[in-house]
Design a protein around this ligand. Sequence first.
Ligand code: ASP
Ligand code: MG
Length: 479
Amino acid sequence: MLVMKFGGTSVGSPEAMKQAASVVGKMKSRYEKVIVVTSAMAGVTNRLIAAAKAAESGDLSTYQEAQKELLALHMSVVEKLITDEYEQATLAQWFKDRLDELGRLCQSIAVLGELTPRGLDVVSGLGERMSAPLLAGVLRSMDIDAKQVDATRLIVTDNSFGNASPIMDTTCEKCRQVLVPMLESGTVPVVTGFIGATKEGIPTTLGRGGSDYSASVIGACLDADEIQIWTDVNGVMTANPSVVPGARTLPRLSFTEAAELAYFGAKVLHPKTMLPAVEKEIPVRVLNTFDPDGPNTLISKDGATDGSVKAITAIKDMSLINVEGKGMIGVPGIAARTFGTVAKHGISVLMISQASSEQSICFVIPSESGRLAVKALEEEFARELARRQIDRVEIMENVVVVAVVGAGMRGTPGIAARLFGALGEHGLNVIAIAQGSSEANISLVVTKEDADETVRRIHEAFDLSGTESGVSATSANRI
Ligand code: ASP
Ligand code: MG
């Protein structure tokens, strides 16, 4: 059994939707049982959220505009791809009903002058509740037996509105009850991504980009053979192709490698969203809807053990904070207090490095929290600063973290030498370094100006465009 998830751009226009539907048709002939999970059409969720926020401040024109444009957007697909008049009328009515619902919700938000997370979830989930019936209709117009399924019937979550977590055992029970009979009769269920409901039936969402999560939850519940994430790029690349022209698709990645890449800002699946699949060891494949026979990436438990460095990613707009002082040597608790203070302000720390001399602790946080962190640390260490046990709390803004990822780095000697050798040779200055204990990643801090060049030089040093550490383009995955 196969779960196929389509992202917003894959269903974002009549052409895209047609392409997505033909990919489903192709897979249906290969796998007997296919479940489709879809995102809202590209841009729709943002429009809905903007309408709700505008309503909160009393602006009703934004939702009215959205109603018109979203009706036109969805109807453009119906008009181009669906000829059956009954289907056309049914879908038109369905969209109108959902958009009326948007109107009623926005009016109540405006009356209350308050947009609660609970209210926002109802509004932002409307996009999937329109795209799923639409895609099901398009599939039927191509003679594929398909039926929309509202995930509020399947995915039972806690009540963390805006970022709900599925309760797996009840969810799995419902998935089996609802989806298995459909699959057995040859129907393709087209499930709304992103949304769920509490056990009381109150609608929730799984967080932005949550449709991947929906797919992995459903795949895990039904023990799918594979979960396919259909997007608009050829899987996961060795580096950002707009920075490194020779970047290529990685045919295989392990779950750990994919998680490291995602953590450092690569456009891979969010680790949380993969978790249900990881637990069941279900392979996840990332493919391009617009190049279905092109290269793709298979993420699985073992990945590939070949190669050392697999991919390089850069995360921008970071600040490096440095707590420094000779008097820190041997003073217990400085590190704990440093990170305790940062955590108290809800600032997430991306990487940490401490010199073994203990004269400084440095760490990287998002730029927007930089000044706040410095102020908080100066307050926390006011006494130590006065006594000169700590000399200063410094900030370096606009730095970039470059993460070099590959599970094969573990136990491969000479990686660091090759890495830093290449950078030294080209006069690229590394400000800080950290290696995770998993050894699947080495991260470096460089200036914004050096970032792209650093990525390119590392890519070159490990010959990631070539065949040495990976698989050549000709033997890349084909599905
Ligand atoms: N439509 C939702 C969003 O834009 C969920 C998704 O696309 O995965 O966040
Ligand atoms: Mg999306």
